[in-house]
Design a protein around this ligand. Structure first.
Ligand SMILES: [Zn+2]
Length: 209
């Protein structure tokens, strides 16, 4: 699970275990989740690695626990969503090659190439999902294009444009938004599509004040 955390990474890091997080409902049964435990993981922003605390919440009814990632952290990725998104937007958008985009963000070339490839593989699915979300949120309709990656980028932009009309989302930013609504799995290898839940707006939790 991912919550739309608007905090700068440094502020989240500084809060440690005391970081405030919203009480979300269980994604399976919509029942209450209670704080269970948590773990530490690393994130890298602007070339700097830091440790963040990730709370784990548990649903008593389902007897399942869920990690609650802040929206800047992608599942199984060290680099923050803004870094990953910026590289993808530049390269998939045709602005430049992987090498200069990676160099600008101080990430290894092979890492950045992996993000762009994965995004390319999932582009059609992401485009369809985000285009549906854009419409669901009252935004503009985006038509599939021959260039799948360009379609996905346009759809993410349209969905964020619509979400930005809801309280708080504009400050969260486009890549944290994309991470939030994909459950942190924007460029994950294999995943069930979270966009099936779009109709219930399960992936649009309120942004905490
Ligand atoms: Zn539950």
């Amino acid at each position: 699970m991912v919550w739309p955390c608007p905090l700068p990474v440094d502020a989240y890091v500084a809060a440690g275990r005391e970081v405030g997080f919203p009480r979300l409902a269980c994604p399976s049964c919509a029942g209450p989740l209670v704080f269970w435990s948590g773990y530490w993981r690393h994130v890298r922003e602007a070339g700097r690695c830091q440790k963040i605390f990730v709370p784990r919440l548990r649903c008593g009814r389902c007897r399942v626990s869920h990690a609650l990632l802040p929206a800047f952290a992608l599942a199984w990725r060290l680099d923050v969503a803004e870094t990953v998104g910026a590289v993808i937007a530049e390269v998939a958008g045709g602005g430049c090659g992987v090498r200069p985009a990676a160099a600008r963000r101080a990430v290894p070339y092979t890492t950045a190439r992996g993000w762009v490839r994965r995004f390319g593989c999932r582009a059609r699915e992401l485009g369809v999902g985000f285009a549906a979300l854009a419409v669901e949120l009252g935004g503009e309709a985006v038509r599939p294009a021959a260039d799948a990656a360009g379609f996905a980028l346009a759809a993410i932009g349209a969905a964020f444009g619509a979400a930005a009309g809801l309280p708080g989302w504009l400050a969260v930013g486009v890549w944290r938004f994309a991470c939030s609504v994909s459950g942190g799995r924007l460029i994950a290898a294999n995943t069930t599509s979270p966009y099936l839940m779009v109709g219930k707006r399960r992936f649009m939790p309120p942004v905490p004040p």
